[in-house]
Structure formats: C-alpha cells, structure tokens
Ligand binder design. Structure first.
Ligand SMILES: [Zn+2]
Ligand SMILES: [Zn+2]
Length: 273
C-alpha cells in the first residue's frame, strides 16, 4: 500500500501546497480521501488519472476538504471512455452537498452532452453516507469507518484501509478521541491533520485562535500514535505551513511523544507500507 499526501495545505492559500487530499493506492485500489484545492494537479503528478479512481471518501464537509469536488466529478466523467459510476462515501450531509454540486454543474453537463455524440448522460455519482462502525470495500481494500471529534463540526469520520495485509488510518481533522484511538489500534500507518499550537498562538487573530480547540497539535497526533501503537505517523494539513528547513523542528515535536517513524513534507510525499 502506498499513501501519497497529494495536498498538505490547509484553508490558508499557499503557492506550494494544494488543499487537503490523500491518495491510497495498492494492488486493485486507487482511492482519494478528501479533495481540496488543486487535487487533480497533484493526482496526475502522483502518476494516476481521474478515471482510475475507485472512489472518493470524504472525512467531513469543511470546504478545504471538498473544494474541488465539482472538478473531480466532472473530469473523471469526461475522461472516462464509457459510463463509469463514481461512488462517494462521506458523513451524513454528503448527499446534499453532492446534489447541490451536481446542480451547479447542470450547464456544463448540458454543453458537453450536446457537443459530444458519444456522451449521452451526465456523471453517474452514487453517494453512500456512512457512520462509525460501517464497513465497505473500495476495489480490493476493506474500509472501516470511525468517529472523530472535530466539534462543533458534526458528524466527522475517519477511515481505516486494510489491503494486502497492511492497514492505514486517514484521520481527517479533529482532536484526540476514543473513536480515533480505536480505529488506529495497531495500524501500520496513521495519517493525521495537524496544527502547531505554539505558532498559531503568535498570530493576533481571534478567528485563527478559534481553530486551536478542534485540531490535533503535532504533539497530540504523536500521542494518539503511541496510544494506538501504530507503525508510522504521517502528518499533513500543516497550520501554519511548514517553511523550508523547518521539517526537523516539526518532526522533533512529534518524536518527543512517538518513537516510530514520522513522515511529513511537501505535497507528493509518500510512504510505502
Ligand atoms: Zn475541518
Ligand atoms: Zn481542514
């Protein structure tokens, strides 16, 4: 299994970092988890194309995690040589967001169906709203859903992939909680979105300070990794963005709480399990 950090950015626009999105690939599975700003640019850089996606999994409906939903749906549809249903998994509320996104695409779909003789219908999208404890398959992977704590944003979920004898948890946004601990237990890898509390506190913006109560710090992510005895900790969604040369500083903060390998870096950083 390969985990590729397609976008390591956050809601804050960054010229070097795409919005939150992670790719899980293995023999028989190509799955996208969240689809933030610029995701398809990074997807092709990672060596795949939208038609090869088995599914999109959404952790929650914050816009930084779903901003390019319309692009993913449209481009996968137009680039697929024939009908190719696309399954989107997400928490309660996902169906409504997808419905409204599809509605916003009506004009574009109309243009393309009228223009291309071999295109007879719009994108075939199937939404499956899931909750903690649900399981499903994506290609060759078995996926389990866990709950996360990103309140007041609710519901929010995380996904555990099992394929080829390896396991990885995509934690999404949130603070440590029992649901995440349980989902992560013994996983080979745990991907967590993180913030640096010490740096965020330096910014005199009440609106930015508000994010401190619903995101894991680097240290908290490392503590979860230790509690759950995961193999490798993967950090992403850096707030503020890691500046060139700061990687070791971030890694050291995590290493104080977790003894295993710690992976972080620029967009397209990947880890093989
Ligand atoms: Zn969020
Ligand atoms: Zn986020």
């Amino acid at each position: 299994m390969r985990i590729t950090l397609l976008g390591t950015g956050s809601p804050i626009p960054d010229s070097r970092r795409a919005g939150p999105s992670t790719l899980v690939t293995a023999d028989g599975v190509t799955a996208l988890i969240d689809c933030g700003r610029g995701v398809l640019m990074r997807l092709v850089a990672a060596g795949t194309l939208p038609p090869f996606l088995n599914a999109l999994l959404i952790t929650h409906l914050h816009i930084d995690h779903i901003s390019d939903l319309g692009d993913v749906i449209t481009t996968r549809w137009v680039m697929s040589p024939g009908p190719s249903p696309f399954v989107i998994y997400g928490p309660v509320g996902t169906a409504e967001v997808v419905r409204l996104t599809l509605a916003s695409l009506n004009a574009d779909v109309g243009y393309r169906v009228a223009h291309h003789a071999d295109l007879h219908q719009g994108p075939a999208v199937e939404v499956r709203e899931v909750a903690a404890g649900d399981t499903f398959t994506v290609g060759s992977a078995q996926v389990t859903v866990g709950w996360t704590d990103h309140r007041p944003v609710e519901p929010t979920i995380a996904f555990r992939f099992e394929v080829g004898g390896k396991s990885a948890v995509l934690g999404g946004d949130g603070v440590p909680c029992a649901g995440l601990d349980e989902l992560c237990r013994g996983a080979d890898a745990y991907v967590q979105t993180v913030i640096r509390e010490d740096l965020v506190r330096l910014v005199p913006s009440a609106r930015l300070q508000d994010i401190l109560d619903y995101h894991s710090t680097v240290q908290q992510a490392a503590q979860t990794a230790t509690t759950a005895r995961v193999g490798t900790l993967v950090l992403t969604h850096y707030v503020p963005a890691i500046q060139p040369g700061q990687e070791d500083e971030w890694r050291a903060l995590a290493a104080a709480h977790f003894a295993g390998p710690i992976v972080l870096g620029d967009d397209l950083t990947f880890v093989d399990l």
